[in-house]
Write a protein that binds this ligand. Structure first.
Ligand code: ZN
Length: 415
């Protein structure tokens, strides 16, 4: 079994571009190597198509309406929400977070529970005006942290952002620049280098790896490039690989699982009794699935079997920043089961897709299956009742606000 735990999220990473998921792909030997001997989930989903709310849910086991983080920037993770890192510390780990982009800096509250949390700093980091930190700097910071950790067990979260800028190379079409950057910048420069560091420090063979993405990416499916515009599977489906250094747990698991399941799974693996878990977690432990049990997959919209997601494309930022709105469109909320995706738009429009027959979500059956759409709508209303009360804005000073705006311009989120 494992000693250290490395939770690795890669911005914009689609599962179908990894060799571990798609034998036609050959760009990711290091990631595929980590996937060997692992549990590989083929239907894992995120809870938002934006970085910040997606990772807030991953790090707390709660949906955005519970964390209070539903926008890209400017919201505070509810102070009453206990984090995965807090439990890792209680389990005896020295904890470190490497968020790599300023939108995840500690004012979000996402650093709670990390003994070390490496905010992206002005003038220190690289990548489009200091917006984000390249993987080699992230790995260097990790190496320094491990040097100071001695022989203590560590829990580390690393978020690699390097794939986010693939579209800036004007010399290549998007369809070619995405896999090229995935292979060179992520697999070789970030993950390959990380493996090298852990081997040099004698930590690789006893390390558990949990690999995922914060969200996926549209490569012109549904008329878009990027993420944040909608809630289709191109942006919600993510890779999820658990390498627990335990050969008996290696299997391919096709039932739907969620980012919110990651925290309860680790709580169980770390030996916390259920009575000690935070009340109201949205996820549940994946340990039974890791051990070969089947998940219910009848597609019925029971709250415990659904995956919730939301997007607020009309308002990425709130408060003083709300005049800067990058994407248009109404707010959307979705529920996904193993069989169906239901999407409710503000204003009343509804969509329903049969994911077994129509995984690309091309044929909307909400009109033809009105009774089923009604049941999804009822479950959605039941799950989210009262959730809007939790959102808390971070107050920016005028100086901070100007700095934030210039960085968002660099990232391409505002004109
Ligand atoms: Zn992201």
């Amino acid at each position: 079994m494992f000693r250290d735990v490395f939770l690795i999220s890669i911005d914009c990473l689609r599962p179908d571009y990894l060799g571990a998921y798609n034998l036609l792909r050959r760009q990711t030997p290091n990631l595929d190597g980590l996937a060997r001997g692992s549990a590989l989930f083929t239907q894992a989903v995120s809870h938002a198509p934006f970085t910040t709310p997606a990772l807030a849910s991953l790090l707390t086991g709660r949906y955005p309406y519970q964390t209070g983080v539903r926008l890209l920037l400017g919201q505070l993770c509810d102070a009453g929400v206990e984090t995965l890192a807090e439990f890792a510390r209680r389990a005896g780990y020295l904890t470190a977070g490497f968020p790599s982009t300023f939108i995840l800096n500690s004012p979000t509250g996402l650093g709670r529970g990390f003994d070390h949390y490496r905010d992206v700093q002005d003038g220190v980091d690289t990548g489009r005006g200091g917006c984000w930190q390249k993987g080699d700097r992230l790995n260097q910071a990790l190496d320094e942290f491990l040097a100071g950790a001695g022989r203590r067990r560590v829990f580390c979260w690393l978020h690699y952002f390097d794939l986010h800028d693939y579209h800036l190379d004007k010399g290549l079409p998007i369809e070619a620049s995405y896999p090229r950057d995935l292979g060179a910048r992520i697999d070789r420069d970030c993950v390959g280098e990380l493996i090298g560091i852990l081997r040099r420090r004698g930590r690789f063979n006893e390390a558990a790896f949990i690999l995922t993405a914060d969200h996926g990416e549209d490569l012109f499916q549904h008329g878009h490039r990027g993420h944040g515009h909608h809630l289709y599977d191109t942006v919600l489906r993510v890779p999820l690989i658990w390498n627990l250094k335990e050969p008996s747990l290696a299997r391919r698991i096709d039932g739907q699982v969620r980012h919110v399941d990651i925290m309860p799974t680790l709580l169980e693996l770390w030996g916390f009794p259920g009575s000690g878990w935070p009340a109201g977690l949205d996820g549940r432990s994946l340990v039974p699935l890791l051990r070969g049990h089947e998940a219910p997959q009848d597609g019925e919209p029971r709250p415990a079997d659904c995956s919730y997601a939301e997007a607020s494309p009309g308002q990425l930022f709130e408060g003083d920043l709300k005049s800067y709105r990058a994407f248009s469109g109404p707010e959307q909320r979705s529920l996904r089961t193993g069989g169906y995706k239901f999407i409710a738009h503000a204003g009343g429009r509804r969509e329903l897709y049969d994911l077994r027959d129509d995984p690309l979500e091309m044929a909307d059956i909400a009109g033809a299956c009105e009774e089923l759409a009604d049941r999804f709508a009822g479950t959605l209303a039941e799950m989210t009742a009262g959730g809007d009360d939790r959102f808390r804005q971070i107050e920016f000073s005028p100086d901070e606000q100007e700095k934030v705006m210039s960085r968002l311009r660099e990232l391409g989120y505002v004109a």
